[in-house]
Write a protein that binds this ligand. Structure first.
Ligand SMILES: [Zn+2]
Length: 238
């Protein structure tokens, strides 16, 4: 049985348009998980930064608490030694206690300064935490919004794919099985680009120059001809 090459090419062009739509939707479906992953990673990054700042704040607050406890213990000791000073009998004992008290007071004034400094640091750290919390909340909202949009795009693409595949199923029987098989092989190898018109005297896919006899053959449409370089099926646009 002779294959009507011209008619087959017309059908292939039609099928190829449909396949381009199918490939585009498939890409949307296939890329969906990766795009969601990228969004979530971004959010995780902001979350990690927030956690780090929160930890830093907690650490500063603990440090302040420790120094405050140290200070009040030392203040307690100052009062205790001052009480003992009232009861000692000799000057020697008295001045020994005074030396202790002076030492403690020197420590305490240093502690007070450190505590004041920590208050400043805590204020700054708390402000950064508040800022970062706000940034995280905004980012979370943005990511959720984008995920919703991506999810809708995916759903639409899946619904359209079902329809397009149905259309394809109806179109396929009108093609010669060998022609179809060859076309589908190139389609798979060339990620959805299996059929190209010639452009001047070159392949419309890889732009390789085609010899004049190939151009003549194509114009006569007596057989299906593929580009020798990229394997795409060639045709002449009317
Ligand atoms: Zn080519």
């Amino acid at each position: 049985m002779m294959v009507d090459v011209k008619a087959q090419l017309v059908k292939l062009v039609e099928l190829h348009k449909l396949d381009a739509q199918i490939y585009a939707r498939r890409r949307v479906v296939e890329e969906h998980p990766r795009r969601v992953e990228v969004l979530r990673k971004t959010l995780q990054g902001v979350r990690a930064n927030l956690t780090m700042l929160e930890e830093r704040l907690k650490q500063l607050q603990m440090e302040r608490k420790e120094k405050e406890m140290d200070l009040s213990g030392k203040e307690e000791n100052v009062r205790k030694y001052q009480g003992q000073q009232m009861q000692v009998k000799s000057n020697k004992e008295y001045s020994a206690l005074q030396t202790e008290i002076d030492g403690l007071k020197a420590d305490n004034s240093m502690l007070e300064e450190e505590i004041l400094h920590l208050f400043d640091e805590i204020d700054r750290a708390a402000a950064r935490v508040a800022e970062e919390r706000q940034r995280f909340a905004q980012e979370e909202k943005r990511v959720q919004g984008e995920e919703l949009v991506l999810g809708e795009e995916r759903k639409t693409a899946e619904a359209e794919l079902t329809q397009l595949n149905e259309k394809r199923k109806q179109m396929v029987p009108s093609l010669d099985p060998l022609v179809l098989k060859n076309y589908e092989r190139v389609l798979a190898n060339r990620a959805g680009s299996a059929l190209v018109p010639i452009q001047g005297d070159a392949c419309g896919g890889c732009h390789t120059h085609l010899p004049p006899q190939v151009i003549n053959e194509l114009k006569r449409s007596r057989e299906i001809i593929a580009c020798e370089r990229c394997s795409r099926i060639l045709y002449c646009e009317e």
